[in-house]
Write a protein that binds this ligand. Structure first.
Ligand code: TYD
Length: 207
């Protein structure tokens, strides 16, 4: 018996964490075990790496070092939390996964996509989500929401340029188009309830 592995992806401030909580509630109502987690982090070791990644100056890490730290955090998270949960039949909902590395360190940061996939192969035996929900918002709205939420106190990635975040969004879109089997792009605009309904509809075929 194997559970289902669902990742949520998107730029900053698209409402991923709220939607992840709402999705988990809806899926629990079906009587399943649902594990909610996030990256970078999700296990004690990966949470320690998270602090290294999100704090400090924007240029604290080279793109290469940054990609290795994300892959290391992911390897620990997969081994300690995600795989055991899937093996006991749980559904795992993860706020960001490999596609974030492909979009941020790859498309926006300039690292080679193949290299990032190789790191994932080495670290996590290439584990991929059964479904990836890509939440999309027009860039300017996302920036506004993020600013309102954090009152201007953004982490290392939130402080990068608008151009960087446009490349992130463009890469997510390209990844989704290249793998329509795994990805569903979902419009994150509108009422919270409506967005949750769209996300649930995008899981209907694997529920
Ligand atoms: P977080 O505060 O969790 O952001 P959000 O609420 O936007 O999900 O911080 C995660 C940041 O790390 C976010 O800016 C995206 C970035 N990130 C990467 O650059 N690569 C990755 O592989 C992951 C998982 C996240």
């Amino acid at each position: 018996m194997r559970g289902r592995f669902i990742s949520l992806e998107g730029g900053e401030g698209v409402g991923k964490s709220t939607q992840l909580r709402r999705l988990a509630e809806a899926l629990r109502a079906d009587g399943r075990e649902v594990v909610e987690t996030r990256e970078p982090g999700g296990s004690p070791g990966a949470e320690a790496i998270r602090a290294l990644l999100l704090e400090g100056e924007t240029d604290r890490w080279t793109p290469e070092a940054e990609a290795l730290l994300f892959a290391a955090a992911r390897a620990d998270h997969v081994a300690r939390l995600i795989r055991p949960a899937l093996e006991r039949g749980a559904w795992v909902l993860c706020d960001r996964f490999l596609d974030s590395s492909l979009a941020y360190q790859g498309g926006a940061g300039g690292l080679d996509e193949t290299a990032i996939r190789q790191l994932h192969q080495i670290g996590s035996d290439g584990l991929m989500p059964d479904r990836t929900l890509l939440l999309e918002l027009p860039g300017s709205d996302a920036a506004k929401r993020e600013f309102a939420r954090d009152n201007g106190r953004l982490d290392r990635f939130g402080r990068k340029t608008g151009e960087y975040h446009d490349r992130v969004a463009g890469t997510f879109r390209k990844l989704a188009e290249a793998d329509p089997q795994r990805f569903r792009a979902v419009n994150a605009e509108g009422a919270m309830e409506e967005v949750t309904d769209r996300l649930l509809a995008a899981l209907a075929d694997i529920r």
